[in-house]
Design a binder for this molecule. Structure first.
Ligand SMILES: Nc1ncnc2c1ncn2[C@@H]1O[C@H](COP(=O)(O)OP(=O)(O)OP(=O)(O)O)[C@@H](O)[C@H]1O
Ligand SMILES: [Mg+2]
Length: 319
């Protein structure tokens, strides 16, 4: 049985004027899982996170952490969470180590030096921990922020757009230590609008758009999709034959139109063994095929397929 660390049920935030900027959001997180909250700017990721950490009031719905309801047991819930939502503030003139000590003093339970060393090691800040924070790069400050957030051994770490401003190396390192934390049983919720990043970092992603969850995807199952049945195919036909091609595609039940890239280019979703069947149809319809290129069913395509109005419209038309 897998433990549920976070459960968000019908979480809603309605703002003045009646607009629901977070609208009936549901998802769960298991122990040791890295879950991505993925969506374009304005999707409602930060608002969702702020409600979970109790920074802003929710309009309705519920949040429970380790089985405890946030409304009934706020204090206990807060001690189970470590979060960086806004940029963490540090004392610039003090060392990273002193900052952590200071933070530990403010927390209820005393932090041992051993625990501080442990978290510093986890985020790989050993070499710089005695330096003053004002000398830190953005990536180092962020690590210090994570170190601070996990100092009290929370079950759940929440990071809003943690890769913002990090270079590729910084992003890779963040990924590595989040995985290390996951191995130790700490679950992490990260938000981002970058798909490939989420794909590399997370076990699962919750895709949000305009306040709503539009899909929850298992990264591993997405990867399996590439190898097994459905794959994305880019079809390229002779210019001017787009319309007749669209008709052929519509006729083929097992071929799904995802997006019409150009007049004569289509992004399709289909089974591998449907490729020659489709090709035969084109030949019989006297359509010149210039290319059938199979592509990865990446999260990115899935995301596009789900969020682009064009994609949705075309799918509807194709049905
Ligand atoms: N207090 C508020 N009143 C009205 N609208 C708000 C309020 N707070 C946020 N919004 C709007 O709600 C939407 C969601 O905002 P939110 O910051 O949660 O999105 P986000 O997914 O975090 O976006 P980003 O990727 O830009 O960080 C935005 O359109 C924002 O302008
Ligand atoms: Mg945000």
């Amino acid at each position: 049985m897998s433990e549920i660390v976070l459960e968000v049920k019908n979480l809603t935030k309605q703002v003045q004027g009646g607009k629901k900027i977070v609208d009936e959001v549901n998802f769960q997180m298991k122990k040791g899982e890295i879950l991505g909250l993925l969506g374009p700017n304005g999707a409602g990721k930060t608002t969702t996170i702020r409600m979970i950490v109790g920074l802003i009031k929710k309009t309705s719905g519920s949040v429970s952490i380790n089985g405890k309801d946030l409304d009934e047991n706020g204090q206990a819930c807060k001690s189970d969470i470590g979060a960086i939502v806004e940029n963490p503030t540090f004392y610039d003139y003090m060392s990273g180590y002193k900052n952590l000590q200071q933070y530990g003093r403010m927390a209820k339970e005393r932090m041992t030096d051993e625990r501080i060393r442990e978290v510093v090691e986890l985020v790989k800040l050993e070499d710089a921990i005695k330096d003053k924070v004002k000398k830190y790069s953005l990536g180092m400050k962020q690590r210090l922020g994570v170190a601070q957030a996990i100092l009290h051994r929370p079950a759940l770490l929440i990071l809003d757009e943690p890769t913002n401003g990090l270079d590729p190396k910084g992003i890779r390192e963040l990924r590595n230590y989040l995985r290390k934390l996951a191995d130790e049983g700490i679950s992490t919720l990260v938000s981002s609008h970058l798909l490939t990043e989420m794909q590399l970092m997370c076990d699962r992603v919750v895709i949000m758009e305009q306040g709503k969850v539009i899909d929850v995807s298992d990264i591993s199952s997405l990867d399996n999709d590439n190898i097994t049945d459905k794959l994305m195919v880019l079809l390229h036909v002779k210019k001017g034959q787009g319309q007749s091609s669209a008709e052929v595609i519509q006729r083929l039940e097992s071929v799904n139109l995802v997006k019409r890239e150009k007049e004569n280019e289509f992004l399709l979703e289909m089974d591998y063994d449907q490729i020659p069947i489709m090709n035969r149809e084109f030949v019989q319809s006297k359509i010149d095929v210039y290319g059938i290129e199979s592509k990865r069913t990446s999260l990115e395509e899935k995301f596009l397929q789900l969020t682009s109005t064009e994609g949705k419209q075309l799918q509807k038309e194709a049905r």
